[in-house]
Design a protein around this ligand. Structure first.
Ligand code: FAD
Length: 468
């Protein structure tokens, strides 16, 4: 094909892969149930090469799907309309650490944990910490506006993006932002690009804000015999003007799976667990953790503990960290979802998820970021069982419906991609979809960049819910 020859001329023959095995390896991502073969997998080494690739794609109307590590959970990197998968494995350099302006400039293929470790070695801190950070890329984090366990206190990726270089669908190279704390010149195009999931262009260079590394950190844990008591503790912690660095949650089903997997000796009578962490100055950290534990006890926590060393902290955190791996051992297919509600509605949402799972005869357990209401109802299922998958889909539709009715959203951090696209209108309304489509059409009139993502062919009909 003529366009393949042109791509080979741009990046070199070795960096355009076309064998069946290579194409199959990039036909899916971390999302269950979605797969499609690309026509080629291309690894450029510079912004200029990506601009040239974009021009070829535009001329020949070839879809271009940017892909970091493919850890997204919304089928965002599945090449559902064929075309090329664009990799950043040759664009993974930390370009500059600027300690005067407290920022770091990187290529999109840098692994999140590598960046965090690098800046920490300079006593600096990059707070966004998606659970996938050992493998996710910064380009993927920016394009999904990823959050993490520290989101409540420190915010999410968008709060740290200072400047971007982006190759637009018309082949031009756009630079936005800079090393500035303040910049209000014109429309905030950078905010539009962050979280745009590769649908508006390809991000090729990123400058991220850093902050000083906190001096101390402390971890506590509390187990409750009711979800409501855990939920009340979360609200009272915030009402007491404590903003914990992390405040994580697991339900009974998740704890059972963790216990079977790791034998940690988790309390048998607990219905919910809260993992609490604070960082900052030593004195404030100790005071905040003691106060959080006191609030948990006041609300009826049956078991509590505070780590007195880094090793003990790791032990307390081990259960929550293993939640997903423990759950995914139970059935062939694991669907990790991302419904988010105001934190005051946490207990109500978890109860609703339990009822929905029972009504639809599917197995769903929930863990997540209690501090910011970002829950991960996780369905243990088998994608080969067509009947069961229909019930799973119905259950998730009901979960999203309830999340929205409680003032929440269909995704707090995993993005829309292809999987959530039918639900987007539920959250942003027909006017929201119209405006987003107008923007997409203006920036990418040929629909080259990650087509089929974000905008569904049709909206999911609202499910009819029967409560009580
Ligand atoms: C076990 C597990 C835990 C997770 N935990 C979290 C979590 O705590 N918080 C969270 O937010 N997410 C989480 N995720 C989801 C996922 O890891 C994040 O969305 C992450 O940011 C994706 O990074 P990636 O490099 O894998 O990107 P990919 O999955 O490769 O891509 C994600 C999207 O960004 C686009 N893209 C990638 N690079 C570029 C680029 N340079 N320019 C333009 N578009 C680009 C892709 O087209 C795609 O739409 C988790 C996933 C897993 C599997």
């Amino acid at each position: 094909m003529e366009w393949i020859t042109q791509l080979q001329q741009i990046v070199g023959k070795d960096h355009v892969k076309q064998s069946r095995a290579q194409l199959a390896a990039y036909s899916f991502d971390a999302t269950a149930g979605f797969q499609a073969m690309p026509d080629a997998v291309v690894s450029p080494e510079s912004t200029e090469q990506i601009a040239a690739i974009m021009n070829v794609c535009r001329t020949y109307k070839v879809p271009l799907v940017p892909r970091g590590s493919g850890t997204n959970l919304a089928a965002g990197t599945v090449p559902s309309q064929g075309g090329i998968v664009l990799l950043f494995n040759r664009m993974n350099q930390i370009i500059e650490l600027d300690e005067d302006n407290l920022c770091v400039t990187v290529q999109p293929g840098v692994i999140t944990l590598d960046l965090a470790t690098y800046v920490e070695s300079h006593q600096l801190f990059y707070p966004p910490d998606p659970s996938s950070m050992k493998i996710s890329t910064i380009g993927g984090n920016v394009s999904e506006n990823s959050g993490g366990l520290r989101g409540l206190k420190y915010g999410v990726t968008k709060d740290y993006v200072m400047a971007l270089t982006t190759v637009l669908p018309n082949g031009t190279i756009l630079k936005t932002g800079g090393k500035l704390a303040k910049d209000v010149a014109g429309y905030d195009m950078q905010s539009l690009l962050v979280g745009s999931e590769g649908t508006l262009g390809v991000v090729t260079e990123i400058t991220l804000k850093l902050i000083p590394l906190p001096k101390a950190q402390k971890t506590g844990i509390a187990y409750f015999t009711s979800l409501e008591a855990a939920g009340k503790t979360v609200s009272e912690i915030i009402a007491a003007k404590i903003i914990p660095a992390t405040l994580e949650f697991m339900d009974r089903g998740t704890m059972d799976a963790v216990e079977q997997f790791m034998n940690l000796g988790l309390p048998q009578d607990a219905e919910a667990m809260l993992l609490m962490e604070q960082d900052g100055d030593e004195e404030a950290v100790t005071r905040d953790v003691e106060q959080m534990i006191a609030l948990a006890i006041k609300n009826g926590a049956t078991h509590t503990a505070v780590a007195s060393s880094a090793e003990e902290a790791l032990r307390l955190k081990a259960g929550r960290r293993a939640a997903l791996s423990a759950l995914s051992r139970k059935r062939p297919t694991t669907i990790l979802e991302d419904a988010t509600v105001p934190r005051s509605e946490l207990a109500k949402m978890v109860r609703a998820i339990e009822e929905i799972a029972i009504r639809n005869q599917v197995e769903i357990h929930t863990f997540g970021h209690a501090g910011d209401g970002n829950l991960h109802p996780t369905c243990l299922t088998d994608s080969r069982d067509v009947e069961e998958m229909k019930r799973v889909e119905q259950a998730f539709a009901e979960i999203f419906e309830v999340a929205i009715s409680l003032g929440g959203t269909i995704t707090g951090e995993h993005g829309v991609g292809e999987m959530k696209s039918p639900y987007l209108e539920w959250k942003i309304g027909a006017e929201g979809i119209d405006l987003m489509r107008t923007l997409k059409q203006a920036i990418d009139p040929d629909n080259i960049c990650n087509p089929g993502k974000m905008f569904a062919k049709s909206t999911k009909p609202r499910v009819v819910l029967h409560y009580g």
